[in-house]
Design a protein around this ligand. Structure first.
Ligand SMILES: NC(=O)c1ccc[n+]([C@@H]2O[C@H](COP(=O)([O-])OP(=O)(O)OC[C@H]3O[C@@H](n4cnc5c(N)ncnc54)[C@H](OP(=O)(O)O)[C@@H]3O)[C@@H](O)[C@H]2O)c1
Length: 450
């Protein structure tokens, strides 16, 4: 494991923020793998600022069984010594305390300083990019692997793009991939308040992200065959009967960071202590990934559904600019989001009946070598799909826990340390297989000449 931890930390994993909506679902998911013979997860602890809420969360997560004997640790993100203690006791912290821009920097700092690994479920680009600027060097030095966005934001987008990319067999190459997210349910679709709060603060602080990007060194850009696409904000995807509108989620920025890492290191990131076989596998994997322009859309079966998304987006964009507006948004989430977000989150029935489908529509060229000859238009379309259960309470915990299990099992084949997006770290691992075994599927839908 990491280089500067004690050789045998007490815990494999500590779940921080385990009393939250998502945190308690992460406990439930982790318990499925605790002390199972083939699982590397042998010692688990949960942490947060309120021990009685943590104990209730553990009881909820263990149902219908009695809660197992799992240590409950007190830690508050406003108390750095409590975070340093956590980081000294474990191989990995799974951070579920958000909004990340408000609370998570001290946790990253404690992990980077101690060499403990850190995974989170952040979907906030400004936080992720700021952590990279501030803690990458330290994390490399101390052997701490810091990977944000290990949830629905942004692993389906990262692995889904790679899955689509691998369907382009030479000499075919993609030029662009557009992902359409469709949330489905026979009940009402409701998303957790924590995600809404993070989105409101993200929009309010958009200027800080631009400032950060202007102030830092430009990353290398991938070389993509063909010209940049100029897509419409709203469009109809007739192949799957969906309308889509551009979604300014973190996914596209996270995917771009992975593609930039790949442009800088085309063979991927070397592991701490890889075998020759593992090096070969990693290099073969990355040589099969062809960069493409990437964008996200939120989709609906009806144009009216898309109009609803646009109205909510406009309301959040407008109101989050002022203090009063943010107060209104955060105090009356259901009103201002037309029912998408609710303070109490979705009910258990609503969670159970919700699913997501993410359609990846790739457009490209049947022969990459001919692209430079004149102004050729894409002549091939490949559609793939990632599909799974409800996004915040089911898919996100599945992804986070599988990423943690990979760290526990294969730490030697992963980078020694640094702050990275999930795709560049987990792309060449068996994460996609693991997600498939846990209810998240990857399918090829169609390949055709257009
Ligand atoms: N990537 C994704 O797709 C995805 C999916 C789901 C959620 N998320 C993100 O995850 C975050 C949490 O969402 P949620 O719905 O679970 O929110 P939540 O229910 O409000 O939970 C927040 C958790 O953070 C804890 N906390 C707050 N301040 C703290 C502090 N100073 N020190 C220690 N713990 C503190 C809370 O503890 P108390 O119980 O003591 O208040 C609670 O356990 C949000 O940022 C959300 O955007 C991302």
């Amino acid at each position: 494991m990491s280089q500067n931890l004690s050789p045998n930390p007490t815990y494999d994993v500590i779940i921080l923020g385990a009393s939250g909506f998502t945190g308690k679902c992460v406990i439930r998911e982790a318990l499925k793998f605790l002390n199972v013979p083939s699982s590397p997860l042998k010692n688990l602890a949960i942490a947060g600022r309120n021990t009685s809420k943590l104990s209730q969360a553990l009881q909820w997560a263990s149902r219908p069984n009695l809660p197992p004997h799992i240590p409950i640790l007190t830690a508050d993100t406003t108390d750095p010594s409590s975070l340093r203690y956590l980081a000294s006791q474990t191989k990995i912290i799974l951070n579920c305390v958000g909004p990340f821009r408000l609370y998570a920097e001290p946790v990253v700092e404690a992990c980077a300083d101690s060499g403990c690994d850190y995974l989170d479920i952040c979907g906030e680009p400004e936080f992720m990019e700021r952590m990279e600027v501030m803690y990458h060097e330290k994390a490399v030095e101390m052997g701490s692997l810091i990977v944000s966005a290990c949830g629905f934001d942004s692993v389906p987008a990262e692995l889904g793009l790679m899955f689509n990319s691998r369907q382009w067999l030479p000499p075919a190459v993609p030029n662009r991939v557009e992902a359409y997210i469709s949330l489905e349910s026979d009940k009402r679709i409701v998303v957790n308040f924590g995600t809404y709060e993070s989105a409101v603060l993200g929009v309010a602080n958009m200027g800080k992200l631009q400032e950060l990007r202007r102030s830092r060194r430009r990353r290398r850009r991938p070389v993509i065959p063909g010209t940049s696409p100029k897509g419409a904000m709203v469009n109809h995807l007739k192949e799957v009967g969906l309308w889509g509108v551009t979604l300014p989620s973190a996914d596209a920025t996270v995917v771009r960071r992975t593609l930039s890492c790949l442009a800088e290191d085309p063979r991927g990131l070397p592991g701490v202590n890889e075998s020759a076989e593992q090096v070969k596998r990693r290099e073969a994997f990355w040589s099969s990934i062809k960069p493409a322009h990437f964008g996200m859309k939120i989709a609906s079966k009806s144009l009216l559904g898309v109009v609803r998304f646009i109205i909510v987006g406009k309301i959040i964009g407008l109101f989050s600019k002022s203090g009063v507006g943010r107060w209104l948004l955060l105090n009356f989430p259901s009103v201002f989001s037309l029912g998408f977000f609710r303070k109490k989150g979705p009910t258990e029935d609503e969670v159970a009946s919700a699913t997501f489908k993410m359609w990846f529509v790739g457009q490209g060229f049947s022969d990459g070598s001919l692209v430079s000859q004149g102004n050729r238009k894409p002549d091939v379309q490949i559609i793939t799909r990632v599909m799974g259960p409800e996004i915040g309470n089911l898919t996100t915990p599945i992804i986070l826990v599988q990423c943690a299990l990979i760290l526990l099992k294969e730490r030697d084949s992963l980078p020694r340390g640094g702050v990275f997006p999930p795709g560049i770290v987990f792309g060449p691992t068996d994460l996609q297989d693991r997600l498939q075994q846990n209810g998240i599927s990857f399918d090829v839908i169609s390949k055709k000449t257009v």
